[in-house]
Design a binder for this molecule. Structure first.
Ligand code: HEB
Length: 88
């Protein structure tokens, strides 16, 4: 399905930007193709899983749902799609 960019942009601004906008604590910045390239290459299923469940990578710790515990799966996925679309 087409990503809902309005939804993704809104969720990103409220919950993800606090780390991802400035690259706080190793969070990949939207538009940083060098950082996002290998991440995007993992495929959407892995990106969604990491965003939903959280994980610790080489650069730092991604919290489950970015700490937005009440976010629906489709809201988190839309925010992932928003970031990756800016980073291809
Ligand atoms: Fe994050 C990473 C999403 C929020 C921190 N993240 C990441 C990724 C994604 C995301 C997709 C990639 C994955 C891979 O590579 O596999 N986030 C996201 C979202 C949100 C967020 C969607 C909202 C909901 N983050 C966030 C926050 C923070 C973060 C809030 C802080 C606290 N992240 C992060 C980091 C990282 C990430 C640090 C990196 C890790 C490594 O090492 O890799």
């Amino acid at each position: 399905a087409e990503p809902d960019n309005a939804l993704g942009k809104s969720v990103f601004g409220k919950t993800c930007a606090m780390c991802h906008a400035a690259g706080v604590a190793g969070a990949p910045k939207p538009g940083d193709k060098a950082d996002w390239g290998p991440r995007i290459a993992q495929g959407n299923d892995t990106l969604y899983k990491h965003a939903l469940e959280g994980y610790t990578g080489a650069k730092g710790m991604m919290p489950p749902r970015g700490g937005g515990t009440t976010l629906k799966d489709e809201e988190v996925k839309a925010a992932v799609d928003y970031m990756t679309a800016l980073s291809r």
